[in-house]
Design a protein around this ligand. Structure first.
Ligand code: ZN
Ligand code: ZN
Length: 271
């Protein structure tokens, strides 16, 4: 297991969450490594969206996994003295059928594992998993098509999936753990302040702490949408929690490997 605690005690320039040509990223792995080296990063981890048991344009295919591992090894040979590189995946949790605890992932030489919820079952056909992580206009369409415009039930489903994901285990880092709050609060202003929402957040946070998971502060949307995952309003609580907090930019382009990092550090009094 990677010693995250030690790494972040010594370095402010690291990123353990990024997407490349192997999933929905917009550049080759090598371009991210070159950028990391030129920015003086100490540690850089790759986390393509894992294979899942149905077709998805965002996820890597099982067939591509060997190529991904081979490319990682090549880059480690080439750049390993300049930056510590890590092989990982951002693994989707899809209920009992698929997740980080699936034995498939034990067969891969991953240095650490991120687990995230991007899909929840449709209310119209619960065998269909719908990506609720995308941009807001797409989310609005899906709300109508698959979720009867019932935003509270969608939020509840997201948090329940997240709790079940923790129960199933098999991962180190929980990815962007209140991400649904972003689309949900655009759909219904103020939803995150409602009592039932706060209770769901609290339950999930307690489960994260009870299971000693590493918490990611995901900075991907900060510059464009002024939003961290988890939300800035929880940062005081996170600071006091004693959990390991990793600041990850979830970059899909090399130019964004630092996006939002220093702002998050400032809010966390780490600068
Ligand atoms: Zn994600
Ligand atoms: Zn990601």
């Amino acid at each position: 297991m990677v010693d995250f605690k030690n790494i972040i005690a010594k370095s402010k320039l690291y990123n353990f969450h990024s997407h490349t040509q192997f999933c929905d990223g917009h550049a080759a792995m090598e371009d991210f490594v070159k950028e990391a080296v030129s920015e003086g990063f100490t540690d850089y981890g790759f986390s393509p969206h894992s294979p899942i048991p149905f077709k998805s344009s965002c996820n890597m295919s099982k067939e591509a996994v060997n190529d991904y591992i081979a490319e990682y090894k090549r880059l480690k040979q080439l750049y390993g003295e300049k930056v510590n590189l890590y092989l990982s995946m951002e693994i989707d949790y899809l209920g009992d059928q698929w997740g980080a605890s699936n034995e498939y992932f034990d067969s891969l030489p991953l240095d650490y594992r991120i687990s995230s919820v991007h899909f929840i079952p449709s209310f119209v056909d619960n065998k269909m998993y719908i990506d609720i992580d995308g941009n807001f206009p797409a989310f609005v369409q899906k709300m109508k098509l698959y979720f009867n415009d019932d935003i509270r039930a969608v939020v509840e489903s997201f948090y329940n999936q997240s709790l079940k994901m923790i129960e199933a285990g098999g991962f180190d880092i929980i990815g962007h753990f209140d991400k649904i709050g972003h689309n949900a609060s655009h759909f219904k202003n103020g939803i995150e302040e409602e009592d039932w929402y706060r209770l769901l957040f609290k339950q999930l946070f307690e489960a994260i702490m009870d299971n000693h998971l590493i918490i990611e502060i995901n900075t991907k949307a900060y510059v464009e949408h002024n939003r961290f995952f988890p939300n800035l309003k929880y940062f005081d609580m996170l600071k006091k929690s004693g959990a390991i907090l990793l600041i990850n930019s979830d970059a899909h382009r090399p130019s964004l490997i630092n996006s939002g990092r220093f702002e998050a550090m400032r809010f966390l009094d780490l600068d």
